[in-house]
Structure formats: structure tokens, C-alpha cells
Ligand binder design. Structure first.
Ligand SMILES: Nc1ncnc2c1ncn2[C@@H]1O[C@H](COP(=O)(O)OP(=O)(O)OP(=O)(O)O)[C@@H](O)[C@H]1O
Length: 547
């Protein structure tokens, strides 16, 4: 993360940052003053047997301590607010960016994996904020304050304290390098686990049917074990850092005692001065330790910062275009369109032109590329070569949301969201469902009206409470409810019973609600009602008779 991008990220929090820094100045003052009060309390109070001075200075020390803690609390509050808000912002932005990504990025890794990887990276980065990254200002101020106090108390002992710093920094550099490597390993382990889990979650039924439970559990255990080992190595590294730092401090303290003893004997420092020095040397060390640990944490998040950067750089679909689409589309054209997957060509040089009012069926063998044509039309796939035009303009020049608004779609793989049938049809619009009056749709609406709760029936997770045919009927009603110009149906009746299929064909036959109809089908009954039937053969389309 560059300093520039970090500063840009913190821009909305300028006021809060100012508050944090002002509070830091107060803490610096308290840190600088406290050692002197402590020394005077010992020299002029304790050693002189002056109880009044002791009482007064102890009270002053208590006030400084309580005041300092309260200021730190106020500061921490600001920090938590910033961290929460920043976390929410980053996650929401990543989620929104994820939704806008070009569909090609979900081919190899599904949406869940892409998003969960990005959210994992954000959580890692936010770790920094939660580990009081902002407090670094305060910590530095505190350290500087205490250092000034120590120098005034005794410059010779202060040199001893300062001499230890390069050793601590050197250890830290070594540990940081290792931390970066281990963090990358932990991140890769977590991402692999996420990928595995997203694949498993969607296959629970098959896991049961094929008795894969034991195998999957063993795989799960393996993933958890790998992650545990990586995080253990990382945690132990932090512990090693603490171990070395503590021992160095221990040696230093003893050196201060010895040098301090000589200084007291030479009457160059008072007893109270030495005690105050030793107590407040810790004021210097604990901030230095925090800063060093933060440097390690910074290294730990480097792979996540890089990962998030790569995610943010993935291209989005065209949401920016302002080129208006005609209210009524006249033509849709595929011009020399080819598409390949992993070097395997599925469609080659496909050209076709559909005019307004035409009903088009696409037929062909399994895997011949019918759904690919639909996905190209819906801009879920991009042609490897050639282009698709709407009213003579390449579709890529239109704003993606405006473009998709032109389509009412029933996909081959229907997804229903958890909720009621009505939720799934209207997407939360509180309007009445008026299909009931359309008699041509009775084959769909009657199915739903026969249920106890009609449109209020719960569909279950991914629509599992409904049968395959019922799901297709709900999906058809959804497409019709959000009526637009182009009706796209990809094997919409593959699970229908014979009667419903016939009714559906009759519905399409008499229907003029849409300007364009694209129907992918293996069922021949609908073909006589189509204006054009295109058969996919040898990676291209050939018109066939509609009879
Ligand atoms: N996202 C993808 N990544 C890789 N290969 C793909 C992808 N989408 C489609 N294919 C491949 O392209 C070919 C055509 O697939 P498509 O779904 O278009 O066929 P289809 O004619 O609709 O088949 P079906 O009648 O079985 O539904 C298949 O061999 C499929 O494996």
C-alpha cells in the first residue's frame, strides 16, 4: 500500500484524525512530566520522610495516570469508529465491484470465491487498524515524551537505552521478512480452503447420495490442519520476537542498575532519579515494541494488500456508457461471432440477424453452443472474435444495466432466492401479482394457486422446496412480470409435464407482448410457432424448416 493510497483512504476521517493527534499531544505532555513528579516524590517525599509531599505527589501521579488513561480511551474510541467505518466502506466497495465484474472472472473461480478472497484480504488489512495502527502517532509521541524526560533525568543512562534500539530494530527486520513469507503461505492456505468449501457447499446432496461424507470430512480436516500449522508458525514467530525483545530489555535493565549504582556513588544522580529512570525506561520500550510489532503486522498484510489490489484492478462491465438505447429495438445481429473456451472453439464465424417481431428458436445437440449464444446475447460471455450489434451499434457501447433491462430471461439453471414465490417474482416490489387475469397463463398460475399459501409459499434455499417444473413456472412468471422487449427462454419447459408444455406452446403461439423471442429448446412442439428455427451444426447456425 503506497503512502498516497493510504492517505486517500483516510481522507474522510480528517476531523477524527485531528482529534486523535490533539489527544496524542496531551499524552506526550503527560509522559514527559510524569518521571519528574515520580523522582520528586521519592527524593523529596519518601527519602525525606515528608508525608505531605508524598501524599500530594502521589495524588498528582494518580491524576496524571487517570487523566492519561482517559485520554487514551477517548482516542481509542475515535480509532474504533474509524476502523469500523473504513472496514464497512472497503467491504461494501469490494462487494459492489465484485457484482460489477465482467462475468469472465467467475468462470474459473465462482463469485463466492472471488468475493470471499477479497473480504479475507480486507479483514487482514483491517487487522492493522484494529491493532491500533492509528495509535502509532500516540505511541511515537509517548515515546518522544518519555525520552525527553529520561534525557533530562540522566543523559548517560539515556545513551544506554538508545544504544539498545539498533539491536531491537535488526531483530525486527529479520522477523519481518519471515513474517511476510509465512503470511503469504497462510493466505494461500485460506484461499484454497475457501475454494474447496464453495465447491463442497453446492454439492451437499451428492455428498449424501454417494456417501462421500467420510472422504469430505477427511479433506476438511486436512485443510483445517494446514491452516492451523501455518497460523501456528506465524504466532510462534511473534512470540520469538517478544522473547528476544524481553531478554534484551532484561540485560539493559541490569546494565542500568550497575551504571546507576556508580552514578549514585558519584552523586551524579539521586536514588529517586534512578528509580524514576528505571520505571520510565519502560515508557520508551513499550511504544518501541508496539511500533516494531506493527511493522511485522504490516509485512503480514502485504500479500493481502497485493491480493486486494489485483481484485480491484479486475475489469468491470460497462456501467459508465451513456449512449441511449432506442425505446423500440429494430434489429439484433451477430456478426462473424466466434467463441472459444480454453482454446476450444465452440462457435465459429456465426452471423445472424433478427428483426423486430421475430420469434427465433435455437436447436441443436447437447454441447453444440445454444446456451453460449444466449450468454453472448446477454453479455454474460464476450465473443473471442466478431461482434454483436443492437440497432447497428456494438452492444458493448451500451450501459450494461440499460442493456439488460431490455431482456426478460428464464435461464437453463434457475436460481430462486430464499423467500416466498412472490418475493422471487417481484423482487420485493409490494405490488399485486396480476397474472391471475391472464387466462393464457393458467398452466403456471394454477400450479401456484393450488398451494395453501399461493404466492406466499416459501421456496426454500435455492428453491429446493419446489419441484423442477414448479421452479421453471415461477421463473417464467418472473420473466413475464418484469416484461421488457426481448423474451429469452433457455429450455424453459424441460421439466414441464406434457399438458403444461402444450399450454406453454399455445401461449407463445398467440403472444405478441414482446418484440423479440429467443427460445432454446430440445422440444419440437414449439417449432411450428416460430418464425425462424436455427440449428447449431459444426459451430455455426443453419436455418431449418419450422415444420
Ligand atoms: N464458461 C465455460 N467455460 C468453459 N467451457 C464452457 C463454458 N460455457 C460453455 N462451455 C462449453 O461450451 C460448449 C457449449 O456449451 P453450451 O452450454 O452452450 O451448450 P448447449 O448447446 O446449450 O448444450 P445443452 O443442450 O446440453 O444445454 C460445451 O462443450 C461446454 O463445455
Amino acid at each position: 500500500m503506497t503512502v498516497k493510497s493510504a492517505l486517500k483512504m483516510m481522507k474522510p476521517y480528517r476531523t477524527r484524525m485531528m482529534i486523535i493527534m490533539s489527544l496524542a499531544v496531551v499524552i506526550t505532555g503527560i509522559s514527559a512530566v510524569t518521571p519528574f513528579v515520580n523522582r520528586n516524590m521519592i527524593d523529596q517525599g519518601l527519602l525525606q520522610g515528608d508525608i505531605h509531599t508524598v501524599m500530594a505527589l502521589v495524588l498528582l501521579l494518580a491524576l496524571l495516570q487517570i487523566g492519561g488513561r482517559f485520554v487514551e480511551y477517548l482516542q481509542r474510541r475515535q480509532e474504533i469508529d474509524i476502523s469500523n467505518d473504513l472496514g464497512k466502506r472497503l467491504k461494501t466497495e469490494a462487494f459492489e465491484h465484485g457484482l460489477k465484474l465482467k462475468p469472465q472472472y467467475f468462470k474459473e473461480q465462482g463469485f463466492y470465491k472471488r468475493i470471499s478472497d477479497a473480504l479475507y484480504d480486507i479483514n487482514k488489512i483491517m487487522n492493522i487498524a484494529n491493532n491500533s495502527f492509528l495509535t502509532i502517532f500516540v505511541v511515537i509521541c509517548k515515546c518522544v515524551g518519555a525520552m525527553i524526560g529520561l534525557i533530562i533525568l540522566d543523559w548517560r543512562l539515556s545513551i544506554l537505552v538508545a544504544a539498545i534500539m539498533p539491536i531491537k530494530i535488526w531483530i525486527n527486520i529479520v522477523i519481518r521478512k519471515r513474517a511476510e513469507k509465512l503470511s503469504k503461505q497462510l493466505m494461500d492456505d485460506n484461499k484454497q480452503y475457501n475454494s474447496w468449501l464453495s465447491n463442497i457447499l453446492s454439492g451437499i446432496t451428492d455428498i449424501k447420495l454417494w456417501n462421500l461424507g467420510k472422504k469430505i470430512t477427511a479433506e476438511y480436516e486436512g485443510h483445517v490442519q494446514t491452516i492451523n500449522e501455518s497460523s501456528k508458525r506465524l504466532s510462534l514467530l511473534t512470540e520469538k520476537n517478544t522473547l528476544f525483545s524481553d531478554n534484551i530489555e532484561f540485560v539493559l535493565m541490569n546494565a542500568i542498575y550497575i551504571l546507576g549504582a556508580f552514578l549514585i556513588m558519584g552523586e551524579q544522580i539521586t536514588f529517586g532519579g534512578l528509580m524514576a529512570f528505571i520505571t520510565f525506561a519502560a515508557y520508551v520500550f513499550s511504544p518501541v515494541n508496539i511500533i516494531m510489532e506493527l511493522r511485522i503486522i504490516l509485512k503480514q498484510i502485504t500479500p493481502s494488500v497485493d491480493g486486494l489490489k489485483r481484485f480491484n484492478e479486475l475489469g468491470e462491465e460497462n456501467y459508465a456508457a451513456t449512449l441511449p438505447l432506442a425505446d423500440k429495438i429494430s434489429t439484433i445481429e451477430f456478426r462473424n461471432v466466434s467463441i472459444s473456451f480454453g482454446g476450444v472453439e465452440i462457435l465459429k464465424n456465426l452471423s445472424l440477424k433478427i428483426n423486430r417481431g421475430e420469434k427465433v428458436a435455437i436447436v441443436g445437440d447437447n454441447g453444440s453452443g445454444k446456451t453460449s449464444i444466449i450468454n453472448l446475447l446477454l453479455r454474460l460471455y464476450e465473443p473471442t472474435e466478431g461482434e454483436i450489434l443492437m440497432d447497428g451499434v456494438p452492444v458493448t457501447e451500451y450501459n450494461i444495466e440499460d442493456y439488460r433491462r431490455k431482456f426478460s430471461v428464464v435461464s437453463q439453471d434457475i436460481h430462486l432466492f430464499q423467500g416466498t414465490v412472490k418475493d422471487n417474482i417481484t423482487f420485493g416490489k409490494n405490488a399485486d401479482i396480476a397474472f391471475n387475469e391472464d387466462h393464457r397463463l393458467k398452466f403456471c398460475t394454477e400450479t401456484i394457486e393450488n398451494w395453501d399459501k399461493h404466492y406466499e409459499t416459501q421456496v426454500g434455499s435455492e428453491g429446493t422446496k419446489l419441484s423442477g417444473g414448479e421452479r421453471q413456472k415461477v421463473a417464467l412468471l418472473r420473466a413475464l412480470y418484469h416484461k421488457s422487449e426481448v423474451l429469452v427462454l433457455d429450455e424453459p419447459t424441460s421439466n414441464y409435464d406434457k399438458e403444461s408444455d402444450d399450454e406453454f406452446n399455445r401461449y407463445i403461439q398467440g403472444n405478441t407482448d414482446y418484440d423479440f423471442y429467443f427460445i432454446v429448446t430440445h422440444r419440437k412442439g414449439i417449432l411450428p410457432y416460430m418464425d425462424k428455427v436455427l440449428e447449431l451444426e459444426n459451430k455455426s447456425c443453419v436455418p431449418v424448416s419450422t415444420q
